[in-house]
Design a protein around this ligand. Structure first.
Ligand code: THU
Length: 160
């Protein structure tokens, strides 16, 4: 038996004003998209904005359903729409902002496991890292220079 240690490196910014202007602007788009979240059940709203290499920005918000598992997260709403509308484009970076409607969310909210898997599919497909930034409603912003940092032991097409 041998132990394997998996490490990851993320950057943490104290405030949105500490990231570059283009990322601030992408995060604003995510925040606008968050206003369109349909989250009557969880009362937790998420917005995502994805920059493509053709300059387009695709946004998404979480869309819930009375049949709970039928709902979809903001990140997958955005990335699947981008894949459907711009199949040749590469995905450059995604900004994610999330928070409860009933109490302040001051800590960065990372994408859920299912969204990580979905984003990973496109990162593997394009063979170029997708940069991610995520935050709560305010406060710290976390940067990951690729999705792979957030998903050790990735399951991808190489396993099939
Ligand atoms: N949600 C997202 O939109 N993205 C995530 O990465 C985590 C969770 C949504 C799903 C659901 O509508 C609500 O947040 C509570 O889980």
């Amino acid at each position: 038996m041998k132990e394997v240690k998996i490490e990851t490196t993320l950057q943490v910014f104290d405030n949105i004003s500490d990231v570059s202007e283009d990322v601030q602007s992408l995060m604003s788009k995510a925040s606008e998209a968050r206003n369109n979240a349909y989250a009557p059940y969880s009362k937790f709203s998420v917005g995502a904005a994805l920059l493509l290499d053709n300059g387009e920005i695709v946004t998404g918000s979480n869309q819930e359903n009375a049949s709970y598992p039928s709902g979809l997260c903001a990140e997958r709403t955005a990335i699947y729409y981008a894949g459907a509308k711009y199949p040749k484009a590469k995905f450059v970076k995604m900004a994610i902002i999330a928070g409860s409607q009933v109490h302040p969310t001051l800590t960065p909210i990372p994408p859920c496991g299912a969204c990580r898997q979905a984003i990973a599919e496109y990162e593997v497909k394009q063979d170029i890292p997708i940069e991610l930034f995520f935050m709560g409603e305010t406060g710290k912003v976390v940067r990951s220079n690729s999705l792979a940092n957030l998903l050790p032991l990735i399951f991808d097409k190489s396993a099939l």
